[in-house]
Write a protein that binds this ligand. Sequence first.
Ligand SMILES: NC(=O)c1ccc[n+]([C@@H]2O[C@H](COP(=O)([O-])OP(=O)(O)OC[C@H]3O[C@@H](n4cnc5c(N)ncnc54)[C@H](O)[C@@H]3O)[C@@H](O)[C@H]2O)c1
Ligand SMILES: [Zn+2]
Length: 345
Amino acid sequence: VAIKVKTSKLYYSKKLPTPKTWGSGAILIYDRIFDRQVKASAWVQKFEHRYSVKSGEKLKNIDQFPLHMKKILKLAEGIATRDITLVILGGGSVGDFGGFVASVLKRGVRFVQIPSTWLAAIDSSHGGKTGLNVSKIKNQVGTFYPANEIHLVQEILAGQPQERVLEASGEVIKISLLEGKRLWSSLRDVSKLDSALYWKNLPAMVSAKYKIVSRDPKEESGMRHLLNLGHTLGHVWESQMKIPHGIAVLYGVAFAIEWSLHRKYMSSKDYYSIRLSEFGAFLPDRLELENILAKTRDPQKLLLQDKKMSQHRKIRFIFLRAPGRTVIESVTVAELLAEMKRQSL
Ligand SMILES: NC(=O)c1ccc[n+]([C@@H]2O[C@H](COP(=O)([O-])OP(=O)(O)OC[C@H]3O[C@@H](n4cnc5c(N)ncnc54)[C@H](O)[C@@H]3O)[C@@H](O)[C@H]2O)c1
Ligand SMILES: [Zn+2]
């Protein structure tokens, strides 16, 4: 079944679609881990034009980009631009990189995302944001370029190890707290995270994201900013401590909840209904927050670089009143640093 969402068509399927779907001008960019998986590697080899990459933040490094682009252009030689379809198979790093390539290759070509991690299937493949990192700072260069098609493929997603399941939990908690209704009520009593649970809830998580994105596709009205819940400090921890994006977000969401309670945006009743829910147990507790905050070096420098601003300039921070009810409030970097200090005592 194809559901039309903005410009991306979404497909949920058991198996990988046949490469013939995209014709002879298809160019596959894929995470090289799939060369080691029997079934997926047979599928990969059906592409006449293919480019394997090593996933991770280095792939998104702008310094490497010209080298990749030269090789990809070589693959595209002899294919008429209108026939090119870039097919991207991989997690969020491959998707952010491949989406950017698609948006600039010959001034933009058709492109298809096949997210292979839960994080990418739930979050990063949707919404059209592509990104490259400059120095250590994430997503400083990028485009809004939604995929023409997004294929959510059970056989690719279900085979992930538990580590990847846990790595997605930050985005799962984020989107379910933002949605706050049916999704949150069906997840709040869940005590075990696994691929079956994610697959079952995938359509609801994806549509919760589209609901926010479609009201502000190019991040102009501020609505889309809600998706940054847990990301202000999440990005700092991700780049400084080299922890996976989704785990960093998990800490960021926990920090935001603590701050929301302290600012009295959130009542203790709502605080405990989240904290004491089965699902809330996946959030780091106060002690774990203290620990990560104590280990954070020079957050000011990273925050200022990240947003290119002075201590007195403001960051739009996402607070939570209750599941489904948010407050976007401008805070100064100094206020954020003071709150980090408070939570680390
Ligand atoms: N564009 C957006 O809107 C958006 C949103 C959220 C995150 N992101 C970006 O996404 C990236 C993180 O995503 P990620 O964690 O998916 O990154 P990733 O691509 O680095 O994948 C994480 C790990 O999973 C492995 N992997 C991929 N598919 C697998 C499979 N099927 N089975 C087993 N292992 C598999 C990869 O090789 C890698 O080691 C970050 O760069 C982040 O900035 C982008
Ligand atoms: Zn994220």
